[in-house]
Design a protein around this ligand. Structure first.
Ligand code: CMP
Length: 140
């Protein structure tokens, strides 16, 4: 089934200069990039995006990390895009991520973990319009 998912190349990966390599893996992985923008989130914008994690002990630190510098949100489309993008990212904790995954290769810690991906169709339905207006998404 063709799906759309929200991906983010996080501030740590943009700052390290590996955004291009991650985009290459996305394209080689067979995803179509429908939308992309470089943005530097405010604390309020990061807090709203991660509102589902509000009760977690790492919430404040996560919001601070996501505002350290610009990040690159993307809308990806493809067959089973939600799970396939999560597979390509690897486990949240890079120490547990499989060899060859993006987090294994580019992430420094469970927080500064290089990339984000929607975890369900319901999450994608919240996350895609959080960053992109309908006219900013380019269907193919
Ligand atoms: P992400 O896939 O964007 O979803 C929530 C984010 O919270 C996660 O990636 C990490 O950046 C962060 N995160 C998850 N678990 C922890 C943790 N135990 N400590 C710190 N940050 C975490």
């Amino acid at each position: 089934m063709t799906q759309r998912t929200l991906a983010i190349i996080k501030p740590d990966a943009v700052a390290k200069g590996v955004a291009g390599q991650i985009l290459g893996r996305i394209e080689q992985g067979g995803f179509t990039i429908l939308a992309a923008k470089l943005i530097h989130m405010s604390r309020e914008q990061a807090a709203g995006f991660y509102i589902v994690h509000k009760a977690r002990p790492f919430y404040a630190s996560l919001c601070a990390f996501m505002t350290e510098g610009p990040c690159l949100p993307l809308v990806l489309e493809g067959d089973e895009a939600i799970q396939r993008w999560r597979d390509l990212m690897g486990a949240t904790d890079p120490a547990k991520a499989a060899p060859g995954t993006i987090r294994r290769d580019f992430a420094a810690s469970i927080e500064a973990n290089a990339v984000h991906g929607s975890d369900s169709p319901e999450s994608a339905a919240f996350e895609i319009p959080y960053f992109f207006a309908a006219l900013e998404i380019c269907p193919r």
